[in-house]
Every structure is written in structure tokens, then in C-alpha cells.
Write a protein that binds this ligand. Structure first.
Ligand code: GRG
Ligand code: ZN
Length: 327
């Protein structure tokens, strides 16, 4: 069933024209073959793939295309005795997969399947003395893990289990003179890390640590001639930055500094018009990661026919409202 989800999400077309969007039908979901090269090589990342694919389906209003019980049963089998989740059954737990598992359960309104204290103890146990977070028992530290810890504990209503002030201070120590953030103190600014740091600061109510004009300028300079966004200066544009850059711009209220129309066109130009799915840039092979971030980017751009997505939690807004307001 997971191969099916994987491919269902990779193989659809957002096959309507932006200019005439109101007069055409919603995106079409295309089903496809199992056992693709992609589904085999990504085996260890299956939990992330499930989150990307299922969130894409939900944004398209097609979450009922999968068997909810099968997915939930598989997710629960990926939980380790430590409380963390692995990328697939029998693999080692990591904070990266733990957030994806929690997000998938949230999509299906099944957070009550979790032993919340067990999962949140796993995450709080990864906080280090300086406020940073390790990804797992092996100890790699990265602001990606700070975001994941904060996002996941917030979804579980357990932010009180960590030292939030220290977590914020660590993120601030990764801020650079260009206004951006890196993976550790002194690390080069990169749009992916900026999403993580800005997202964690947004969730903890600490966005006052961001110089919004300076960072907004750096982020809007990521838009290149084709309309696509790159992740840092001199790099090629890539559809996934439609998420990392755009969500950050929205969180700091500077999204009007880029051309939305040109970015929509770039994302649509990355579709495989025959078989569905979205690639990193025009004419490359599609994959579920870029399909998700393309659709999520279109959602942030208020593209018609898609559910709205929350830029900090990376979940549909109706799911976030259900978590925090019970509706
Ligand atoms: C819930 C959306 C969500 C995320 C969870 C894992 C994570 C938190 C965030 C990852 C942030 C990140 C570092 C994204 C960047 C991914 C990426 C495209 C890396 C490629 O970097 P390079 O240097 O590519 O290979 P460029 O584009 O710079 O050439
Ligand atoms: Zn990419």
C-alpha cells in the first residue's frame, strides 16, 4: 500500500491553467505502477515519503485515495521502544522520521494512537546542554533538528518538556550577518536551514530575533530569471525552494517582494505533462519530494483548487486548526 501512496502522489497532474483556473476542473490524480526505481532506492526514507505523498494528496483533496487503516498500522509498526520512529519497519529511530510519523497521524486525525509522553520524552532527550538538538543517539547536531523538535512537541502540546529559551538561543547563535541561518554556528546561510530556524522561531513566538528586512532581501534575491528560486547565491533554481524560501518569506511577512506569477509558471513548467508529478527543474525526472514541495509551493501561492498549507507546521491549515482549536 505504501508503494501505491508513493506513486499515487508522484503521478498526478495539476493540469489546469492558472489564468483560467476558475473555469476548469481540479487537479487529476493518476494511479501508476509499483516497484519503480524511486520506491526501491528510497526504502529507508519511507516515513518521509509517506508524509510528502500523503500531504500532497490531502492538499489536492484526495487523501481518501489511500487506505487509512493500512497506513496507520504501518506507521505504528515503525515506532521503536525508545519512543522515536524509524524510516521503515525494523530500522533505527531518528527525529527526522518521528516528525513525519506525527504529521501523518495528524493528517488522519489519529494523534490519539500515540503514547504522547513516550514520543515527547524521546524528543526532549535529544536536547543538548547548549539548547541544540541531536538527530538521534549518534549525536549529529543541526538546526533542522531544532525545528523538528519544536514543531513536533508543539503538535503534541508538550513544548514544556524542553528548555525553549535555550533552544531559541541556539538558533539565534546560528544567525549570520546576511540575516540568514546555517546548520550550526558559523554555517553558511541556506534556504533550507532558514526555513527551519524561522519556522522554529515562529512556533515559539520568537520571530523578533529575525531582521525581517535583511533576511527578506536575501530571500527575495533567490528568484532567478526563469521565475524559480534557488537555495543560495549562484545556485540553480529548484522547485523545492518554492517551499523553503516562500514559507520563510510568508512567516516574516515579505512575500510581496517576489513575483508570485513567475514562480507559479516555473513550478508548472516542472510538471511531467504525460505521466504526472513535478521535478526539481524543467525536463528533469519527477519524484515525490519535488511533487510535494511544488504542490505545497502552489498552495502557499494561493493556487486555485488546493487546500491552504501552514508555512510553519507544513501541514494543511485545517489540520493545524484541528490540533490547536479542535475544529
Ligand atoms: C516538515 C517541510 C518539513 C521539513 C522537516 C528535514 C527538514 C525539516 C528540513 C530540511 C531543510 C533543508 C536543509 C532543506 C534543503 C534540502 C536541499 C534541497 C538540499 C540541497 O542542498 P545542495 O547544496 O543544493 O545540495 P543547492 O540547491 O544549494 O545546489
Ligand atoms: Zn530540490
Amino acid at each position: 500500500v505504501l508503494d501505491q501512496i508513493w506513486l499515487d502522489a508522484g503521478n498526478f497532474l495539476v493540469d489546469f491553467n492558472y489564468a483560467n483556473a476558475s473555469s476548469v476542473s481540479p487537479p487529476v490524480l493518476r494511479l501508476a505502477k509499483k516497484d519503480s526505481f524511486e520506491s526501491v532506492v528510497m526504502d529507508h526514507l519511507r516515513m518521509n515519503g509517506a508524509y510528502w505523498g500523503l500531504t500532497t494528496l490531502d492538499l489536492l483533496g484526495k487523501l481518501d485515495a489511500v487506505d487509512k487503516e493500512d497506513v496507520i498500522s504501518w506507521v505504528m509498526q515503525c515506532q521503536h521502544e525508545s519512543g522515536g520512529f524509524a524510516g521503515n519497519i525494523g530500522h533505527d529511530p531518528h527525529i527526522l522520521y518521528t516528525l513525519s510519523a506525527v504529521q501523518v497521524l495528524a493528517l488522519f486525525e489519529k494523534l490519539d494512537m500515540l503514547d504522547i509522553d513516550k514520543v515527547s520524552n524521546y524528543i526532549s532527550g535529544l536536547q543538548n546542554e547548549d539548547g541544540s538538538f541531536s538527530g538521534d543517539v549518534w549525536g549529529e547536531v543541526d538546526t533542522r533538528f531544532s525545528y523538528i523538535a519544536v514543531c513536533c512537541l508543539s503538535i503534541l502540546h508538550r513544548l514544556d518538556k524542553i528548555d525553549v529559551d535555550k533552544a531559541v538561543n541556539y538558533i539565534v547563535s546560528c544567525k549570520n550577518l546576511d540575516g540568514g541561518f546555517g546548520c550550526t554556528p558559523g554555517g553558511e546561510s541556506h534556504a533550507g536551514q532558514i526555513f527551519c530556524c524561522v519556522g522554529a522561531l515562529a512556533i515559539t513566538g520568537a520571530l523578533h530575533h529575525v531582521d525581517k528586512d535583511l533576511l527578506g532581501w536575501w530571500l527575495c534575491e533567490r528568484q532567478v530569471k526563469s521565475g524559480g528560486l534557488n537555495g543560495r547565491p549562484e545556485k540553480l533554481p529548484d522547485v523545492c525552494y518554492s517551499w523553503w524560501v516562500l514559507s520563510s518569506l510568508i512567516m516574516i511577512d515579505r512575500v510581496h517582494w517576489i513575483s508570485k506569477e513567475k514562480l507559479v509558471k516555473f513550478i508548472l513548467d516542472c510538471q511531467d505533462l504525460e505521466n504526472g508529478g513535478i521535478s526539481d527543474r524543467p525536463d528533469d525526472a519527477v519524484d515525490v519530494f519535488h511533487t510535494y514541495f511544488g504542490v505545497a509551493g502552489l498552495s502557499l501561492l494561493e493556487y486555485p483548487g488546493l487546500k491552504a498549507i501552514d508555512p510553519a507546521y507544513a501541514l494543511p491549515i485545517d489540520v493545524v486548526n484541528r490540533i490547536f482549536f479542535g475544529k
